[in-house]
Design a protein around this ligand. Structure first.
Ligand code: ADP
Length: 250
């Protein structure tokens, strides 16, 4: 099983979108895929996979059965334990760590080809200890938007990856450009290219960029895979997965 961490230096840059679509894409190729949403405070994976109302199963106290999204894709998220959509998780650090440990030890994933781990945003203690609890990680994908504030956070994400002893598989620049629906012109809303430049400077792989695209937002809201939409962004995402596979030596 290849365990891949998806992380970001800050929130709202599209980390979960990348994690969900990576899981969708790998599972669509016939792989057995698991996705673990470890973002306690903003779990959004169930919405993006359209399994928001599902609950985790258990055969006994020692096992947790993931939610089956489709025949090739299973998911575990904090959200499956919350009583309703409006519930906030107000847990102290040790409680969160205990829950993560339980998930890590008890989830019956079965035979997986890939496990995608969506980390909480940032590089604080919480994502650090979560990443440390998983062993044999293949590496991390760092998602960023092009602005300086986001790109600066990539440096911290790289440092973070080093601390947990994992390879940086590469950087994805999200919300790169916007195609004007009227004239087709590419607009650099956040100034594209920052992620790529940073990757070059720091000598890490650039996996590709994803434009700001209403289809991406819509597919996330509807719980659909981006590759089901016939958009240009879908092609760009497939290219990212191809580059990722090269990094994985596949
Ligand atoms: P994060 O996990 O980094 O907090 P999300 O993946 O949850 O970010 O994305 C935040 C919001 O932005 C979601 O509503 C998502 O659908 C939307 N979004 C992400 N990437 C794009 C994009 N490239 N184009 C349009 N909307 C996007």
């Amino acid at each position: 099983m290849k365990k891949i961490v998806v992380m970001s230096g800050k929130g709202g840059v599209g980390k979960s979108t990348v994690a969900a679509n990576l899981a969708f894409k790998l599972s669509s190729e016939g792989n057995q895929v698991g996705i673990f949403d470890s973002d306690f405070h903003g779990p959004s994976i169930p919405q993006m996979l359209n399994v928001k109302e599902d609950v985790l199963g258990a055969k006994d106290e020692q096992s947790i059965e993931p939610v089956q999204v489709n025949p090739n894709l299973k998911a575990v998220s904090m959200e499956f334990l919350l009583p309703d959509n409006d519930s906030a998780v107000i847990w102290r650090g040790p409680m969160k760590m205990k829950a993560i440990k339980d998930f890590q030890e008890k989830v019956q994933w079965g035979d997986l080809d890939y496990l995608v781990i969506d980390l909480p945003p940032g590089t604080g203690d919480e994502p650090l200890s979560i990443a440390q609890q998983f062993n044999d990680l293949e590496g991390s994908i760092i998602v960023t938007t092009p602005q300086k504030v986001a790109v600066q956070a990539v440096r911290r994400s790289i440092d973070f990856s080093k601390k947990v002893g994992m390879k940086v598989l590469g950087v994805v620049e999200n919300m790169s450009t916007l195609t004007c629906p009227n004239c087709g012109e590419e607009i650099d809303v956040f100034g594209s290219g920052g992620g790529e430049k940073m990757a070059e400077e720091l000598d890490i792989s650039f996996l590709g960029s994803i434009p700001l695209d209403p289809d991406i937002m819509k597919s996330g809201e509807e719980g659909k895979s981006l590759i089901e939409t016939d958009s240009k962004s879908s092609e760009m995402f497939e290219n990212i997965v191809m580059n990722l596979k090269k990094e994985l030596g596949e």
